[in-house]
Design a protein around this ligand. Structure first.
Ligand SMILES: Cc1cc2nc3c(=O)[nH]c(=O)nc-3n(C[C@H](O)[C@H](O)[C@H](O)COP(=O)(O)OP(=O)(O)OC[C@H]3O[C@@H](n4cnc5c(N)ncnc54)[C@H](O)[C@@H]3O)c2cc1C
Length: 190
């Protein structure tokens, strides 16, 4: 079979996408720039490196975080399976040993015969050529908030947008004038 999907970025999103696509019997070319190049936050050579908190938050079915994880379990998510296998005690939360977690995800991705890992920075020059030639190919960009500069610049050229957006689910940024101060209050510094 010569059809394949290209995924750029072997982080959390890229690994899950690669695994789910491979499960459908479709080949995947997974580009990961490590260990050739590291972002400011990434430090180890493994895929699915957790750069900050090792907690995936609550496992309880009485809140959105727990329900989402349970849905992912039902859908055979690779990341949740690996997280469950490498979990560490954290009360009602799902927290993982970050080293064991990324090692396990890397092992599962490496042993998958449908996934080819290419340790190379994908700069996106190819995206511009493909757009010009109107060539159709499925490419998933999963390079996260620390997308390499070269790729970010080329995406910017293609889209005509100067910046990419980063939405942080855990710490959303809200505009001050959108807050109803009749029900909100300032907390005095301690
Ligand atoms: C400092 C910091 C702290 C954070 N803290 C939290 C937190 O506490 N909780 C939380 O939920 N989220 C946090 N985040 C967001 C966190 O990055 C995401 O939750 C999660 O890692 C995103 O997964 P991802 O797969 O989208 O990106 P990542 O996990 O960052 O994976 C992207 C991968 O793409 C690779 N890559 C980048 N550019 C290229 C390229 N051009 N070619 C090939 N490979 C490339 C990178 O090397 C990396 O392996 C934090 C982010 C940062 C930077």
């Amino acid at each position: 079979m010569d059809k394949f999907v290209t995924i750029i970025g072997g982080g959390l999103a890229g690994c899950e996408a690669a695994y789910q696509i491979a499960k459908q019997g479709i080949k995947v070319k997974l580009y990961e720039m490590k260990p050739e190049k590291f972002s400011e936050a990434h430090k180890n050579e493994n895929l699915a490196e957790i750069v900050c908190s090792n907690s995936f938050k609550s496992n309880l079915h009485t809140n959105a975080c727990g329900l989402l994880k349970e849905e992912l379990r039902l859908l055979s998510s690779l990341l949740i399976q690996c997280a469950d296998e490498t979990s560490v005690p954290a009360g009602q939360a799902l927290a993982v040993d970050r080293e064991d977690f990324s090692k396990l995800v890397t092992q599962k991705i490496k042993e998958n015969p449908y996934i080819e890992i290419i340790n190379k920075e994908y700069t996106g020059e190819e995206l511009i050529t493909k757009k010009e030639k109107n060539k159709e190919e499925i490419i998933i960009i999963a390079t996260g908030p620390l997308t390499s500069n070269a790729l970010a610049e080329n995406i910017s050229k293609i889209t005509g947008e100067n910046h990419l957006y980063f939405y942080d689910a855990a710490a959303p940024i809200i505009k001050k004038d959108s807050i109803d101060m009749n029900i909100a209050f300032y907390r005095k510094p301690i």
